[in-house]
Design a protein around this ligand. Sequence first.
Ligand code: HEC
Length: 126
Amino acid sequence: MQPCLIALLVITAAISLPVAAQGMQVPKPSPGLMPNPAAGKALFEKSCASCHGARLQGSDQGPPMLSTIYEPSHHGDAAFQLAVRNGSRAHHWQFGDMAPVSGLTPDEVAQITAYVRLEPRKAGIQ
Ligand code: HEC
């Protein structure tokens, strides 16, 4: 085998290993999608508001999304994709685990994420 081919294989293995070790793939929205918060609002109201509140204020089933806990620096967009696809174990609050939400494409989750990002800014949380 050519030495450079071996080097290439080693590099490929090194890149793919951390992803495999995580065991989860983050669902990816379509490249170039410009998420639309208005579309996200409708989807949020349908799929998420029963627990996270129609105005993201939370309910007795789930936490408020206006909390600084969900600002982008703490919960990146991948956290939304993963929470919807796989559910989420309770770790910040006392509501119990979040079950996976079926029937949403990664693009739709990106719309919801855009909506959730916009609302706290309106409420003055950066
Ligand atoms: C049946 C109730 C319920 C529904 C429906 C629901 N959630 Fe949740 N969600 C929860 C609970 C409970 C938690 C866990 C909070 C904790 O303790 O960390 C949570 C946590 C999250 C988190 C944080 C995950 C993390 O990594 O900490 C995100 C993001 C989230 N939900 C997004 C959504 C979105 C988007 C929808 C709609 C597609 C949705 N949720 C629908 C109950 C719900």
